[in-house]
Design a protein around this ligand. Sequence first.
Ligand SMILES: Cc1ncc(COP(=O)(O)O)c(C=O)c1O
Length: 371
Amino acid sequence: MKIEVPEYIKSIVPYPPGKPMDELEREYGVSNAIKLASNENAWGSSPKAIQAIQDALTNLHRYPDGSNFYLVQAIADKFGFSPDEVIIGNGSDEIIEFLVKAYVEKGDEVITSHPSFLMYQKVVQVRGGVNKVLSLKGMGHDLPAILENITDRTRLIFLDNPNNPTATAIPPSDLYTFLSKIPESVIVVLDEAYVDFMDPGMRVDDFSLIRNSQGRCGVVALRTFSKAYGLAGIRVGYGLMSSEVANYLHRVRQPFNVNQLAQVAAIAALDDTEFYEKTLQGTREGMAWLRKEVEKLGCTAYSSQTNFFLIDVKGDAAALYEAMLYKGVIIRSMKPYGYSSVIRVTVGTKEENSRFIQALGDCLSELSYVS
Ligand SMILES: Cc1ncc(COP(=O)(O)O)c(C=O)c1O
């Protein structure tokens, strides 16, 4: 084969997903592995969503509803938007792709932070766009540096709010001031994958930002069913935006981009307040307990507006990650992101959290990180 591939495709590094549990069990000879590495929902999925999936199984010979009519309606009703301001994606990942496909031409610039969610830069690269990547300041987005880096070629700015992996959120007043300074020709994408876990006082008013765009930059909010709603495996997320932006995104999506089971599951999950509240409460309690326990072990826990948090283990994070695998516990090392002694851990169930603390204590002693 002698087929040329563009240089910007050759240089893409595949996204590194968290290690799957069965792979760990096979490779490390451990059993009952637990995964606290991908910020998933420890309490499973909404029982109502599972029931809805079961009820829909007899209809799989039909194509899904390409307009996502009922799911769009349910989201619009719940959050006070109009259906033409809602886009559904095969995970919110897919809406990131739609935005880049619709707005970024070869040579156009997209501003992101480092570290932040890795998918933004990847899809920009696929499109031949130019990634302008700015370091976080402390643990948060450096808004003044972002403003300084806007040029005539800037099309999109991605802000994961809260940020993954640092779990910090932008104070709303800082964000409002920042947005008021962005040129009209730019869209700011607020990726709110973890919005459900935020302190209410830290949440921004997406509705007024999106509706009051006259004379201002565009704002798109991205949300997902993968975290608080427990549906990561079925892939469904949504975006809230002006009908003008939504109209363009509809043009670049596949006609049946969201499968039938995902649509019914998401509708049911939206309505399952009991499961949603159980997740939030379990996360709050688990986070408080874990933070206390890791501090007792001599580590430092960073604050969090999400269902995960960073821990400074006071030693090499990559070695600790590896040692934890032998105990059957999958976490993330932040060393590849430039935080050499920091790990990222997702809050699990009570049992998972206890196993994590036990394994962490053992590994810290084995590696002689803390006395
Ligand atoms: C900040 C952020 N945005 C988006 C996503 C992707 O979500 P989805 O599962 O809806 O594609 C993730 C997943 O971890 C994330 O951390």
